[in-house]
Design a protein around this ligand. Structure first.
Ligand code: FAD
Length: 465
């Protein structure tokens, strides 16, 4: 049986850099990947979607050309085959890069196949040789996949997920998206801009329910302005096939009331959440504990309940983003190699929603701050009063920053506007520095940028009523 110092299962966002660090530290490592190197982000997540969003943005800017005084001849047309080809090139280059790095890494042996535990220290790989590998340390970086809800009629229709959606190279006539959160919104705006009719169906009373209500409302307005239909409070989602309209055979019912008309679509995308890939790892054979949603239970140093077994990335339920998975790698490597006790709880929550304009988020929402009952200050500014946004002709959205009234530390921010996925980092960095907001309020930022208004917003804080 091949013996290693460490086995890594899953070549996602944490596994490959961890393999590099462990081998550099002199360890003999086995990397097991069952499908595409680079995992979700590279193949079916961030990279392909943001590449497509760039094409959609180009189409939108072309449509708005006259606003900028630019004349185009004829209608703006989108070549979906070319759009997909560009996405495949960008995503493919990244996947090939990860695979090449692993296969040429000294002291790293790559196994292709599905890995399952046989015991706390052995892993069976479902490849031709049916390899059984042994190591005292095993790192799980197995990621997550789209949830397929068991809603009435789901088996009758041909639904898409984020994965199959990315294989399309034609334009859906009417894309009906079930789920009004990050994935649904990004695909929805992108396909509307490509030229599809788009309807987003959301069970709850608003989009992106865990953001503040004003953010949900602003995003809804932005999407509706582009002609996206949004059906909220769809408390009784069900499906049926109706071949009487062969171009739009998929029917989505949203309420159980006969009065509400069903929605007919050519395509249906399910975007209602993710579940960890932990149900097919034979975790029971190793005795690894997981919660009721399948997330592997870890401590602040990514250790599971079984000594020597660690869980990183989406499968531990502590992040759900590429940057959190990569940070898990950094924490694992710091603890194991550098004797540096970095912890998961050191992380400040941050992420972006890549609608256009994007939402940059850090720390607490206003609702969360209010819930603490602690005295707080808030500063806001519409993007119509941000010079850079006005100059660019992209002034939708607003910025909102919350500060602890006593400590003067930044508690959180929601920045919805052009460039806000970048501008939010000046707040994030001050929070990591554990400095008061006055540090950045006195900083001189470059003109003209979106970030230059952050000190201005902080200079005009008002008590949270
Ligand atoms: C549409 C979409 C858009 C997204 N956009 C963003 C974004 O803009 N920004 C962001 O930060 N995040 C985004 N995400 C989330 C991000 O992609 C994930 O959080 C990130 O990829 C998680 O990485 P990971 O390392 O946990 O696992 P993954 O990248 O999912 O990798 C897991 C790997 O493990 C392999 N594997 C699983 N089980 C086994 C097994 N038993 N044996 C062997 N191999 C196995 C899989 O094949 C896969 O390669 C997006 C996700 C989606 C779906």
């Amino acid at each position: 049986m091949p013996k290693f110092d460490a086995i890594i299962i899953g070549a996602g966002q944490a596994g490959p850099p961890l393999a590099a660090s462990l081998t550099k530290a002199g360890m003999k490592v086995a990397m097991v990947e069952r499908h595409l190197f680079g995992g979700t982000c590279v193949n079916t997540g961030c990279i392909p979607t943001k590449t497509l969003i760039a094409s959609a943005y180009a189409a939108q800017m072309a449509r708005r050309a006259a606003f900028y005084g630019v004349t185009l001849q004829g209608e703006v047309a989108v070549d979906m085959k070319a759009v997909k080809a560009r996405k495949d090139t960008v995503s493919g280059a990244s996947r090939t890069g990860v695979e090449k790095m692993l296969r040429t890494m000294e002291n790293c042996t790559v196994y292709t196949g599905h890995a399952r535990f046989e015991s706390p220290t052995t892993i069976r790989v479902s490849n031709e040789a049916n390899d059984l590998l042994e190591a005292p340390k095993i790192f799980l970086n197995v990621g997550a996949r789209a949830v397929i809800p068991q809603l009435p009629g789901i088996d009758q229709i041909d639904y898409l997920t984020n994965t199959s959606m990315l294989a399309l190279d034609t334009l859906p006539r009417h894309l009906v998206i079930v789920g009004g959160s990050y994935i649904g919104i990004e695909f929805g705006q992108m396909y509307r801009r490509f030229g599809s009719e788009v309807t987003i169906v959301e069970k709850g009373p608003r989009l992106v329910a865990h953001e503040d209500e004003d953010i949900s409302a602003a995003i809804k307005e932005i999407l509706e302005k582009e002609g996206i239909h949004i059906q909220l409070n769809a408390e009784c989602i069900h499906f049926r096939k109706d071949a009487s309209d062969p171009e739009q055979p998929n029917v989505v019912g949203t309420t159980c009331s006969e009065a509400d008309p069903d929605i007919r679509g050519s395509h249906v995308l399910l975007a209602i959440g993710r579940k960890p890939n932990t149900d097919d790892l034979a975790l029971d054979k190793a005795g690894v504990a997981f919660d009721e949603h399948g997330y592997i239970t870890i401590d602040d140093h990514l250790r599971t309940n079984v000594p020597g077994i660690f869980a990183l990335g989406d499968c531990n339920g502590k992040g759900g983003f590429t940057h959190t998975s990569y940070n898990d790698f950094e924490i694992a490597a710091a603890n194991l190699i550098d004797n540096d006790p970095r912890k998961v709880s050191d992380r400040i929550p941050c992420y972006a929603l890549y609608c256009d304009p994007p939402l940059g988020r850090v720390g607490m929402t206003e609702a969360q701050v209010r819930k603490t009952g602690k005295p707080a200050l808030m500063g806001t500014r519409p993007m119509t009063r941000v010079g850079r946004a006005v100059e660019k002709g992209e002034s939708q959205g607003f910025m909102k920053i919350l500060v602890d009234a006593e400590s003067k530390k930044i508690l959180g921010a929601s920045l919805l506007g052009i460039g806000c996925d970048e501008a939010v980092h000046c707040l994030l960095d001050v929070m990591y520095a554990d400095a008061p907001y006055t540090t950045i309020q006195r900083a001189v930022h470059i003109h003209p940028t979106v970030s230059e208004l952050i000190p201005t917003v902080l200079g005009d804080l008002k008590p949270l009523a």
